[in-house]
Design a binder for this molecule. Structure first.
Ligand SMILES: Cc1cc2nc3c(=O)[nH]c(=O)nc-3n(C[C@H](O)[C@H](O)[C@H](O)COP(=O)(O)OP(=O)(O)OC[C@H]3O[C@@H](n4cnc5c(N)ncnc54)[C@H](O)[C@@H]3O)c2cc1C
Length: 345
């Protein structure tokens, strides 16, 4: 299927040189890119089937510059597409031929780490993972963990309401963002929310989160950070049928147990994640440890609920083959060669 991009506004394209000059006056130095070769970087996002060079790229590094760019574009009738790290898989950051691509990549500072209130105030270009890394020394982390967390920006996470494995227990981005500074298309700068979840009035943060850059450009974000769990355990259970794995997930949740995460893997994913089984049928190794490195909860709770899995390789009524969880490694009996597995983290 092909998508049709909107027809370009020839009147805007005819004024391109003047627009570039006006943007250069707002964002000096190397903050404006207009050569075809240099704009190739920006012509697509994670949805690489579609490519469209923008009319011009602006890379502001202050909120005031963002405000002036948006005000100018609003007054001149020029479209603007904000962009974080460009990892969106939905074409959210795909440029327009007659539009300004507004890159937030220079907003890379964490402005405040406030352990007393358990929040981090950050600029939007900071990567998701960098937030957890910035507070790791004190035993804290930021819970939403999209698989792209090494690259995607926290601004993009808010705009897409991103989630990851941890969101089963801790919610999506919307449940972990407390406030933001956002610049409206008129150039007006407003602040929404703050350091606490209890704010009066409408839940504007709930509207902004997931709005895909359509309501404004986010220039500062306040996120909630959590204390790291006491221990880390992982468990994988194999099943002959996908239905049985689904039933197991429902029973775990129904029993009142919310793991730090649960993921279902099909056979090709199991084989990709694990090294080939050794002759004794046991499969373990660094690849397994890397994949299943996270878990959640206190030692007492985790031991209690993983014990039944450890005790029996074939566990009725789920007909699963239990795989032993360890802090230091991961051993998976592969004699069973499951069609599906669920990984409980
Ligand atoms: C390998 C891979 C794995 C992924 N895994 C996951 C996953 O597990 N979970 C998940 O949810 N997503 C996942 N994604 C998708 C993507 O990483 C997320 O949607 C991420 O939040 C996008 O962030 P970004 O900084 O790259 O945003 P971009 O792609 O640059 O932009 C995404 C959208 O946000 C808007 N935007 C960006 N910054 C701002 C801002 N400061 N203000 C206003 N609007 C803005 C853009 O206009 C666009 O609409 C994955 C992508 C890849 C490539």
């Amino acid at each position: 299927m092909t998508i049709m991009m909107p027809a370009s506004d020839q009147a805007v394209l005819g004024r391109r040189d003047a627009i570039v000059a006006a943007l250069r006056a707002i964002v000096p130095g190397e903050g404006v890119i207009d050569s075809a070769a240099e704009m190739v970087t920006y012509e697509s996002d994670g949805l690489m089937a579609y490519r469209q060079p923008p009319m011009v790229v602006a890379l502001p590094d202050t909120t005031e510059q963002v405000s002036r760019v948006l005000k100018y574009c609003f007054e001149q009738g020029i479209k603007v597409v904000p962009r974080g790290s460009g990892t969106s898989l939905s074409g959210g950051a795909l440029p327009l031929a007659d539009g300004v691509l507004l890159g937030l990549g220079k907003f890379k500072r964490i402005r405040e780490i406030d352990f007393d209130n358990r929040v981090v105030v950050t600029e939007p270009g900071v990567t998701n993972l960098a937030i957890s890394q910035a507070v790791a020394h004190a035993g804290f982390y930021y819970a939403p963990d999209p698989s792209s967390q090494i690259a995607c920006s926290i601004g993009g996470n808010v705009a897409e309401n991103s989630g990851g494995v941890h969101c089963l227990k801790y919610g999506m981005t919307t449940n972990n963002v407390l406030g933001c500074e956002i610049v409206l298309i008129t150039g007006e700068i407003i602040r929404v929310g703050g350091k606490s979840a209890e704010t009066s009035g409408y839940d504007l943060m709930g509207i902004i989160t997931g709005s895909e850059g359509l309501l404004g450009v986010i220039t500062e974000i306040t996120v909630r950070i959590l204390q790291k769990p006491e221990t880390a355990r992982a468990l994988m259970v194999g099943f002959a049928q996908v239905e049985a794995a689904g039933e197991c997930v429902a029973r775990i949740i129904g029993a009142g147990i919310i793991p730090g995460g649960m993921e279902m893997m099909d056979k090709p994913a199991i084989h990709a994640a694990f090294p080939p089984p050794r002759p004794n049928g046991i499969c373990s190794g660094p690849a397994a440890r890397r994949h299943f490195r996270r878990s959640d909860g206190s030692r007492r709770i985790i031991s209690a609920w993983t014990a039944p899995f450890r005790a029996a390789r074939c566990h009725e009524p789920w007909r699963g083959s239990a795989i032993s969880p360890r802090n230091t490694g991961f051993a998976s009996p592969m004699y069973f060669m499951p069609a599906t597995a669920i990984c409980i983290l």
